[in-house]
Every structure is written in C-alpha cells, then in structure tokens.
Ligand binder design. Sequence first.
Ligand SMILES: NC(=O)C1=CN([C@@H]2O[C@H](COP(=O)(O)OP(=O)(O)OC[C@H]3O[C@@H](n4cnc5c(N)ncnc54)[C@H](O)[C@@H]3O)[C@@H](O)[C@H]2O)C=CC1
Ligand SMILES: O=C(O)[C@@H]1CCC=N1
Length: 273
Amino acid sequence: MNDIRKIAFIGAGNMTQSIVGGMCKSGYPADHVFVSNPSPEKLEKMKSNLGVNTSQDNIEVIEQADVIVLSVKPQLMEQVCADIKSKVSNLADKLIITIAAGIRMPKYRTYLGDDITIIRVMPNTPSLVGQGMSGLVTDSADDKDKAYVTDVFDGVGDTLWVADEDQLDILGAVAGSGPAYFFEFMDSLAKGATELGFDPEKARAMVQQTCLGAAQMAKESDLTLEDLRKQVTSKGGSTAKGVEVYQQRDLHNISADAVKAAVKRNQEMADLF
Ligand SMILES: NC(=O)C1=CN([C@@H]2O[C@H](COP(=O)(O)OP(=O)(O)OC[C@H]3O[C@@H](n4cnc5c(N)ncnc54)[C@H](O)[C@@H]3O)[C@@H](O)[C@H]2O)C=CC1
Ligand SMILES: O=C(O)[C@@H]1CCC=N1
C-alpha cells in the first residue's frame, strides 16, 4: 500500500485491537497509528505490543491524524462525537471512518457537521489474524479515500463494498456477528465430543481444524455449498445420520432467524443512537 496516512482510533476495545493488531502485522507503520481510550490499561498493552501512539485524550490523537476511526459502542457515539465537534475545527479536512453497528451516515452529519466525508465499515474480529471480512459503504468519499480504506481493510482480510446501509446491516448480521455464531457452533461440536468421553483439548483442536479446513475448501471450490456437503455425505453412512439431525431441527431456519434478529437490532440501534 503506498497511501499511508496518520490514522487515529477512538476507543481501544476488542474491535480496535483486532484491526490495529492486524494492520501492524500486515506492515502498516505503527508510528502512523494513534489510539485513544479513557482508561490506560488497553493503551499500555497496545503501545508495548505494537508500538502505536496512545493517549487518554481523544482530541490529542485526532489532531495528529488525517483519518479518524470511531470505534466506541453505539450508545456512546453521540456523546463522543459532540465532544469532538466542539473541540476540533477542521473535521471536514479529515476522513471519518465509523465501525459502529446500526448508526447511519445522516446521523453522523447531525453529530459532526454536514460537510464531513464518512465511510462506514463493518469489520469483524478475525481481522486480528488477517482473516477479517469487512463491509464498506459511503455517501461522500471519493475514489482516493475509498482506495485508501479498502487497502487498510484488505490488509486485515477481505473487503466488500455494498450499495447502501440496508445492505451493510445484513452484512453486519452475518459477517460482523458471524464469528460469535461460529464460536457457539464450534463449542457445541466440541462439547458433543467431550460428552462422549473425548479429551476436551483434543476436541477443540479437532473442531477448529475441521472448521478451518471446511471454510478453506469452500473458498477454493467452484462447487455449491450443498454439493460440498453431499461430497461428505455417503449414502447409508454416518454423516447422513448427523446431517439428518440438523435438518430435522431445521438449522436453516435457526440461522435465518438469527440473521433477522441481528438485522432488526441494527435497525433499532439506528433509531436509538
Ligand atoms: N466486537 C465486534 O466484533 C465488532 C464491533 N463493531 C463495532 O465496533 C465498536 C466497538 O466495539 P467493541 O470494540 O466490541 O467494543 P468495546 O467495548 O470492546 O470497546 C469500546 C472501547 O471504547 C472505550 N471508550 C468508552 N468511552 C470512550 C470515550 N469517551 N472515548 C474513547 N473511547 C471510549 C471503552 O473503554 C472501550 O475500550 C462498536 O460500535 C461495535 O458496534 C463492529 C463490528 C464487529
Ligand atoms: O454485537 C454488535 O453489535 C457488534 C456488531 C457486529 C459484532 N459486534
């Protein structure tokens, strides 16, 4: 990547740690990364592990950066933006990225000014290991800003530009929340094995490699997911019996309902915050 800008993350929580950890691993210069958080513990960890610049003062990091990444909980966004707006005069000169779920771009204009350039990104925590999936949408960024943000998030995984914020809500409900669904599923598979007497550590090792292998295979294959499943499911064999249980309990509907519930919450958060 040749467009390296000074980038300030507001909030040093789980998602910032994943993105910044992944960025530094992928070669983004740590001296161009700034992170702020009210409490010092997470900052100290990031400073000593990654060498990034840190401060307990949001305004101090914003003043040093060309790009601001808003990475606080949606509930705190209005308050955090109000403070920034009252203290930073040249916000229109900086590129604003927000990773918060739900809150829509017009709302940020009421918080930060009509003239801001903003890109919404919906990342996920596997960004930490370079395997993130980030959705992006903008109503105001030019091609140069879009290319910069695409490069940053391509550095920590895959990126997907979507047409509008409704699409981003769906992407967030699948890719943003998805790691949680998979950890839940992996945990349940491992517990299925340990309940039958399998060693818990070995169960985890077997589950994680199976999921990784299946995902890698899906990624590299031209076959449909249904055909990949059929390849494993020998007629009259053991897999057929296992798959039958998922189908009887209607895994498809369970997952569809989970996605709908998460989308609904994204829409609620758009109204609330
Ligand atoms: N965790 C995830 O998997 C994903 C999270 N997101 C979004 O990322 C955002 C952050 O989420 P997490 O990192 O999970 O939350 P988190 O709670 O782990 O981190 C938020 C951080 O903001 C800090 N903070 C609180 N008040 C602040 C203030 N006034 N100024 C600066 N920092 C302040 C907190 O101390 C905390 O460290 C949320 O808006 C969420 O919707 C988006 C995609 C995935
Ligand atoms: O749970 C949340 O609201 C955020 C958005 C996607 C993942 N975590």
